[in-house]
Ligand binder design. Structure first.
Ligand code: ADP
Ligand code: MG
Length: 478
């Protein structure tokens, strides 16, 4: 049996976090009692006219700049005609011929580093929601979502596995949250995906025929749908059949895809330029203003953390998990050249869990960055063991957020000592207590140093500075 390769392209829909809808002032927020975020415009009453939400355009520019797209200063809207109960106008306003962004690329870190190409990004409006599970006899329609602005990110068919497809969705979710243009919440449908899948024999330069799986709203479903679809298409080919181009659905309970309809052709939608909206002319000044207000991108900060602060990729990935964390860390390392690795440990292993447990942001932490810098300096200088710092000083500081870490550690008797007289006294006591072991050490059993260190730390109740203690022991034993 020949080996096959899966080829995947995604059409990712991102709901924009604007306050109002794409073409009217209705509330665009999620939820609300059904059909309350609906004016005559959302309901498509005759004679109403759309008016473009400038914020939605700004958000499109942010994403386009972040993905290195060519920004189209002269885009325009088209009508995509189809009949569906949750589409009151009988058409969707979208960008078909002339999208706001073209090209661009996205770099994935997982499963292996890879740069994939973006085909284009266009603006459009969402449809309402049909609810089929509320009543045995009737379907219900909630038009609150009708007209909420979306960006559709269409990728090139550059993905080769379910893992890469999930990584791509994750990267987009991370980016739109970072840019503050969407909450990226998949459960609430703010991020959804159509997954295009084809297979071909490994090495074949031509793509196979693809199927489009509609409306996937979780990474796990995307993975399972791709795996199922890959196996299904391979089986067809192995049996000498041909994959039909079609639109399919995914059944999450059964884990299978099923045919919805033959793939429609563009002419089925009878696209034509939207006559009720003028073309979108983006002033160069607007583009420059958006560019100037862009936050530093996560990959740029990650690179900076690795090169300037010498942090491992495993840490930096966690530090750029969201913009707030990255900014907080930047602030921590910005002054006085504190040990960056210890600050990274503090943020990743102590502060982020603390924030999550308390439902707070890092910036809300009552202990100030200057205090955390002192906290890690105590560890770095050997005055405080990492264990005592994390297990005792950390919670104590949060209890007394005004305290100076050094003084607090002292009053809690946590400070380690490198006081030579004291260490030598402890070492001599040990040598007197274990003369046989000392003799063995002197005969060459150097591994016993660990035994003496353990005993010394115990005798000092963990307060001996390990470096100084080792030096004293080696001198006394040698
Ligand atoms: P259409 O306009 O008919 O929807 P496009 O060519 O714009 O088709 O592609 C839509 C999506 O399908 C894109 O994400 C693209 O990457 C993906 N795609 C195109 N060809 C293939 C293929 N042979 N296998 C998998 N995905 C594909
Ligand atoms: Mg399409």
């Amino acid at each position: 049996m020949p080996s096959y390769e899966t080829v995947i392209g995604l059409e990712i829909h991102v709901q924009l976090a604007t306050r109002s809808k794409a073409f009217c002032a209705d509330d665009a927020s999620f939820g609300g009692a059904p059909n309350t975020h609906t004016s005559a415009i959302s309901l498509a009453h005759p004679g109403t006219l759309p008016r473009l939400n400038e914020k939605a355009v700004e958000y499109a520019l942010r994403l386009g700049l972040a993905l290195g797209c060519d920004i189209n200063l002269n885009s325009s809207f088209d009508r995509k005609n189809y009949f569906y109960a949750d589409l009151p106008k009988g058409y969707q306003i979208t960008q078909d011929q002339n999208p706001v962004c073209r090209g661009g690329q996205l770099t994935l870190n997982r499963p292996a580093p890879k740069t994939m190409r973006i085909h284009h990004i266009h603006l459009e409006e969402d449809a309402g929601k049909s609810l089929h599970d509320q009543d045995p006899q009737f379907s219900f329609i909630d038009l609150n979502r009708a007209g909420v602005p979306l960006l559709e990110i269409v990728t090139e068919p550059d993905l080769r596995s379910a893992e890469e497809a999930a990584a791509c969705m994750e990267a987009i979710r991370h980016l739109v949250r970072w840019l503050g243009i969407s909450d990226g919440n998949m459960e609430e449908g703010s991020l959804r995906c159509d997954v295009n899948v084809s297979v071909r024999e490994t090495g074949d330069p031509a793509y196979g025929t693809r199927c489009e799986i509609k409306n996937i709203n979780s990474m796990r479903f995307a993975r399972r749908a791709i795996e199922f679809e890959t196996a299904r298409q391979i089986e067809i080919l192995e049996n000498g059949g041909r994959v039909e181009q079609e639109t399919r659905g995914f059944d999450p309970a059964g884990g299978f895809t099923f045919s919805l309809r033959e793939k429609e052709q563009a002419h089925d939608y009878r696209y034509f330029p939207e006559p009720d909206l003028p073309p979108v002319r983006i002033a160069p000044e607007m583009l420059e203003a958006v560019r100037a207000a862009m936050p530093p991108l996560p990959q740029v900060l990650e690179q900076e953390f690795q090169t300037v602060h010498q942090l491992p990729a495993h840490d930096t990935e966690q530090l750029v998990q969201d913009r707030q964390t990255a900014q907080y860390f930047q602030h921590l390392v910005s002054e006085g050249n504190p040990p960056a690795k210890l600050l990274a440990n503090l943020v990743i292993h102590k502060l982020l869990p603390w924030a999550a447990e308390n439902g707070l942001a890092l910036a809300d932490c009552p202990v100030q960055p200057a205090q955390w810098r002192e906290f890690v300096r105590l560890i770095d200088s050997g005055k405080l063991s990492a264990t005592a710092a994390n297990q005792q000083l950390f919670p104590a500081l949060l209890q007394q957020p005004g305290a100076a870490p050094g003084q607090l550690a002292e009053s809690l008797q946590l400070l380690q000592s490198s006081d030579l007289d004291w260490l030598e006294k402890l070492a001599d006591e040990l040598l007197a207590r274990y003369p046989d072991k000392a003799a063995e050490y002197r005969k060459g059993k150097k591994g016993l140093l660990g035994f003496f260190m353990g005993e010394l730390m115990r005798a000092s109740k963990g307060k001996a500075d390990p470096k100084a203690a080792t030096a004293v022991l080696v001198a006394r034993l040698g």
